[in-house]
Design a protein around this ligand. Structure first.
Ligand code: SOE
Length: 387
């Protein structure tokens, strides 16, 4: 029998989809937390998924899962239109909350969640998981240590192709379920969050040009991201949200930059890249070859640094779990962020937030950036300040 002192932190997950199994795997890897409950649209769906994943309690609603006394931390992996309702209910019940991005449908909803989480004194986090990559932390450490000099230019891109085929449809493309923004909210948000986390400077204004390349889609239902699933009994859907975006950005520290985003670009699978140019050196990182960091120099040879803990900055080392040459990947970086969130839960919500974790306040700012991009485009491609 477990003593009170060894009782594991209980995790409950609402909304099992593509990303849910990664939340479950990461929490299980911690050792000191337990996945105790899962909620889906009906108790039958929940029970069959819970059985498949070896989870004890299954519920047909978020409300019941939140009320489970064994659940300490709620993971909200529902589609965007349910984020607000589920996260707010968790906060009102005094439970810690981990939400998928974007935090909510618009800036106003995000601000309400941010303020409620602060008032309730619960741990609040949004899964901007790329922060957890060892070499992303290495970039951050090198910039903080002034190894590349003043940051003057930033190039972020996030390109995918899973929506290229007009017979693929996702709830993300339905404004009622995904929100007004499509590609920017889904993956542009990661790019902006990463650029700010690495440079330590906020994006203050934007000029955006958005486009919808695939204007008509044919579907029988919503496919899971990257599944390549196509509809059977088809209906036609007109698409209003952006599937490509080119955005100029300005940072508070004076740096300028550009963010490009697209989800209909053949050949780009999960092509997130970030390049930072300082006055002394440049750094470049590609998610698809995440164990290497490009270091560019003016007066010496360029080099490629391996993800080897023995070479890495002290603050970045803990994010690498294996020696150089042993490749780490997407789930490891995801785990690093989940691990920091649960470290925060263990330390208590009143202790300082680990920097690798994006809080509801950080994620609210990211949605404010996306909202500014939409206003910039709608206003005729003009410079707009981030609220
Ligand atoms: C689909 O575009 C998606 O699964 C995003 O929703 C994730 O945030 C990203 O990490 C991978 O692609």
């Amino acid at each position: 029998m477990q003593s009170a002192a060894t009782k594991k932190i209980g995790m409950g997950l609402v909304g099992p989809g593509f990303i849910a199994s990664h939340h479950i795997d990461a929490v299980r890897r911690l050792g000191y937390a337990e996945v105790v409950a899962l909620a889906d649209v009906s108790v039958e769906h929940a029970r069959s998924k819970a059985d498949a994943l070896g989870i004890r309690n299954a519920y047909g609603s978020a409300k019941e899962l939140i009320a489970d006394p064994d659940v300490d931390v709620i993971h909200n992996t529902t589609p965007n239109h349910l984020h607000f309702e589920v996260s707010m209910a968790a906060i009102e019940a005094g439970k810690h909350i981990v939400s998928e991005k974007p935090l909510a449908m618009d800036s106003d909803q995000c601000r309400r969640l941010r303020d409620a989480a602060k008032a309730a004194g619960v741990v609040n986090a949004v899964m901007f998981n790329y922060r957890g990559n060892p070499l992303v932390q290495q970039m951050r450490a090198m910039i903080a240590a002034d190894e590349i000099g003043t940051t003057v230019f930033v190039k972020g891109q996030y390109l995918q192709d899973w929506l290229t085929d007009d017979h693929v449809f996702s709830w993300r493309l339905d404004p009622a379920l995904g929100g007004k923004s499509s590609a920017l909210a889904d993956i542009g948000s990661h790019t902006c969050d990463l650029a700010e986390h690495v440079t330590g400077s906020k994006i203050v204004s934007v000029l955006a040009d958005l486009g919808t390349i695939v204007k008509t889609r044919y579907t029988s239902g919503s496919a899971i991201a990257f599944s390549g699933e196509k509809g059977g009994d088809l209906r036609e859907v007109q698409i209003a949200g952006e599937d490509v975006a080119s955005v100029m950005i300005r940072f508070a520290n004076g740096a300028k930059g550009i963010v490009t985003v697209g989800q209909v670009l053949p050949g780009h699978k999960n092509d997130l890249q970030l390049e930072i140019n300082g006055r002394k050196a440049s750094l470049g990182w590609k998610q698809e070859s995440q164990n290497e960091l490009w270091i560019g120099r003016y007066d010496a040879s360029n080099s490629v640094m391996a993800k080897d803990p023995s070479l890495m900055a002290a603050s970045a080392k803990p994010y690498a779990h294996l020696p150089g040459g042993h490749q780490e990947g997407w789930p490891d970086a995801f785990f690093n962020v989940v691990s920091a969130i649960y470290g925060w839960v263990r330390a208590g919500a009143a202790t300082p937030k680990p920097e690798v974790v994006s809080s509801f306040a950080d994620a609210t700012h990211v949605t404010e950036i996306v909202d500014a991009m939409l206003r910039s485009h709608d206003g005729g491609n003009v410079w707009v300040s981030v609220e």
